[in-house]
Design a protein around this ligand. Sequence first.
Ligand code: UDP
Ligand code: MG
Length: 150
Amino acid sequence: MSQERTYIMVKPDGVERGLVGKIISRFEQRGYKLAAIRLLKADQALLSQHYADLAEKPFFPRLMAYMTSGPVVGMVWEGKDAVRTGRTLLGETNPLNSAPGTIRGDFCIDVGKNLCHGSDSVENANKEIALWFPQGVCSYDRPSDRLIYE
Ligand code: UDP
Ligand code: MG
């Protein structure tokens, strides 16, 4: 079984709106395994590294203000195809393009308040996990995996 890991983050609007549990549930229900979780107020330095590829975008200052407006919940979810399927569970970047049944498609409207982040490649997932969890993540056996994977 693949041990692929992805970095998923509930953004400040999701924390403040009380949607952390619902977002966690989507990943749990699907069968993914929680490997790390942390609530923190991210500072500009951390977020500038996380969003380094967007630094020149016109929306970057607003994105920084949004992401520092309150605490975020960073998580690592593990399992087969976790990166690609994690993005599918979140929906499209612009919530208005997100299908019902996805997190963004069910809970939000504007791109600048789109509730959650998910890594877009295995390479970026590994970078983001190292950035947000420098202490490492938790490895453990989950017997119920036998009911999820063939
Ligand atoms: N964003 C925005 N306006 C845009 C594009 C992106 O405010 O036109 C914000 C939005 O919160 C998005 C984040 O910047 O989630 C990162 O953008 P990216 O293109 O990486 O989208 P994601 O990977 O989050 O779907
Ligand atoms: Mg992105």
